[in-house]
Write a protein that binds this ligand. Sequence first.
Ligand code: AMP
Length: 197
Amino acid sequence: MNLILLGAPGAGKGTQAREISARRGLVQLSTGEMLRAAVKAGTPVGLKAKDVMARGGLVSDAIVIGIIEDRIAEPDCAKGFILDGFPRTLQQAAALDALLGAKGKRLDAVIELKIDDSALLARVENRAREALAAGGTVRADDNAEALRTRLLAYYRETAPLIGYYFAKGNLRSIDGMADIAAVTRSIEAILAGSAAG
Ligand code: AMP
């Protein structure tokens, strides 16, 4: 089973992708996490991505498509994956279609987590607080200014994907404002339906 979780920054994609991947034995593919690891390791990709990520902008399509292409080719992805944070542009969505088509794979569902924009800043601030409380570090882009840039990037570049996947027939939208367990249940209900049909 191959899924995409779509939604604004702070909508809960990462939290739900972790939960669903653990429950269903799917691989979680988070381009944000892969890019943060590259930044930390100081790889060539990390060096290119670092500043634009800290500002809240989007890393180039060529870089993220390359990362996903390599990762999807790894054997563990054969059992299925959840994309969290990719695709984020129409070019990335088209590249993903081509990539999956070439491998004879398909998307089983694209699930949109809908949330009120006014809740996003509080969620991002909360994530920063929780990271500190757990003894970790705060993401460079978890602050009000970078969030504004990330939201703009979301509405300019990523929100059109909702129409794209709706038109293709695989979009499902759920209420991302519910508590974490309820959102997981909504996703599971969709997946149960898509496995049956
Ligand atoms: P995330 O962890 O998904 O919120 O991603 C954090 C940051 O990584 C984003 O704000 C972008 O700078 C970058 N990023 C992650 N995924 C992508 C993508 N698919 N396309 C472009 N930039 C991305």
